[in-house]
Design a protein around this ligand. Structure first.
Ligand code: ATP
Length: 367
């Protein structure tokens, strides 16, 4: 078994609390992505799992063994770094073989493992080349190959794609996912890129200021963010946030946004009643806003917002539209059917069944 368990892990650098009582259970064969803005503690967490950073408090288990005092080389893990860390004077074959030679593996085993990894990664033709004769993507594959030949219990990746151009990054994302399907080894992957996290992870761990904010599948995080931070971090363009007050009219509840009113669907009424007359933050994704002229959403919910168009960004298949309503700004992703330009009035229909509401003070989600 190669599950990885972190219990109340703490790491301080002087006054900086880099990792603050992190608890995490990563299952055998799982692909887990640690994601969060720069400085949130994700690299430090990974380096503690690798044994490259000592921990100040807590316990780390790999495959049910407490590894707090086990040196990195004996943890049965392999790490792929952002800068690949290839040996420039060795050819690809020897770069991949080096770790096995150090561990005194027999030559025939080394040869078999290197050739197998090269075949998996499609780099058989490159084995005699030096790193400087390789493209960025090829170097990246060699760095992964060097990890594969070790047959580790756990792979650790620290932003392995960030030195590649956008197109190659997308390609390598798919290749690493396929590699995981093929090897079925536990993988822990650090990135600050939420799209990378969403497309690769079985589960995602969102971190902020050394704390785990939420752990869940990509869709759980997208559909049920636990707080405003996760809601704003996951999804492109980012979720819209608007200050509103929850009010009652007759039997119904509605959100007063100064320049608009949105009716609350019946399904949310019960959980929202305790928050009557409170200031809340409405969260609505750009993808849940529609042009009321061309969309059926307005007919079903009856909730619309009158806006003025500020900026139109046509992307070919869809367009990103920046809007204002009263004191608020909004971003909507609309299909290309909507013909609009800067300064036009646009009536936006809101799919209120998809809305989120956060407490203004704690930023915790209430629906
Ligand atoms: P990034 O995406 O920028 O790499 P991160 O989420 O991986 O960020 P960490 O590198 O884990 O963040 O850093 C967490 C905090 O600990 C930051 O405030 C950072 O400045 C601090 N830190 C990390 N390593 C050290 C170190 N060796 N000495 C002092 N402070 C450190």
């Amino acid at each position: 078994m190669a599950n990885v368990i972190l219990k109340e892990i703490v790491k301080k650098f002087g006054d900086v609390l880099a990792v603050n009582k992190v608890n995490l259970e990563i299952k055998d064969q799982e692909f887990v992505v640690l994601v969060g803005p720069s400085g949130c503690g994700k690299t430090t967490t990974l380096r503690m799992i690798a044994g490259l950073e000592e921990i100040d408090a807590g316990e780390i288990y790999i495959g049910d063994t407490l590894v707090n005092d086990v040196p990195p080389k004996d943890r049965d893990i392999a790490m792929v770094f952002q800068n690949y860390a290839l040996y420039p004077h060795m050819d690809v074959y020897n770069n991949m073989a080096f770790g096995l030679k150090l561990r005194k593996f027999p030559k025939s085993d080394i040869d078999q493992r290197v050739k197998e990894a090269a075949e998996i990664l499609g780099i058989q033709e490159l084995l005699q080349r030096k790193p400087k004769q390789l493209s960025g993507g090829q170097r990246q594959r060699v760095a992964v190959g060097r990890a594969i030949v070790r047959h580790p219990k756990v792979f650790l990746f620290d932003e392995p794609l960030s030195n590649l151009d956008a197109k190659l990054r997308v390609q390598m994302r798919a290749e690493l996912s396929k590699l995981h399907d093929r090897l079925k080894t536990t993988m822990i992957y650090v990135t600050h890129d939420q799209i990378e996290a969403m497309t690769m992870g079985d589960r995602i761990v969102v971190m902020r200021d050394g704390l785990v904010q939420q752990v869940g599948s990509p869709l759980e995080l997208y559909n049920k963010p636990i707080n405003k931070f996760v809601a704003g971090f996951i999804g492109t363009p980012s979720m819209n946030f608007i200050d509103v007050v929850l009010k009652k009219e007759g039997d119904g509840l509605y959100l007063d946004g100064q320049s608009f009113k949105l009716n609350i669907p019946n399904e949310f009424k019960e959980s929202l009643l305790p928050h009557l007359n409170q200031e809340l933050t409405l969260g609505i994704r750009p993808q849940d806003l529609f042009d009321s002229e061309v969309s059926k959403e307005s007919a079903s919910t009856g909730s619309t917002i009158n806006t003025t168009v500020d900026v139109v960004e046509p992307l070919g298949s869809e367009q990103i539209i920046y809007l204002t309503t009263g004191p608020h700004t909004l971003v909507a992703v609309l299909d290309m059917q909507t013909r609009t330009g800067v300064g036009d009035d646009l009536k936006i229909a809101v799919d209120t069944s998809k809305m989120h509401l956060f407490k203004s003070d704690t930023e915790i989600a209430i629906i």
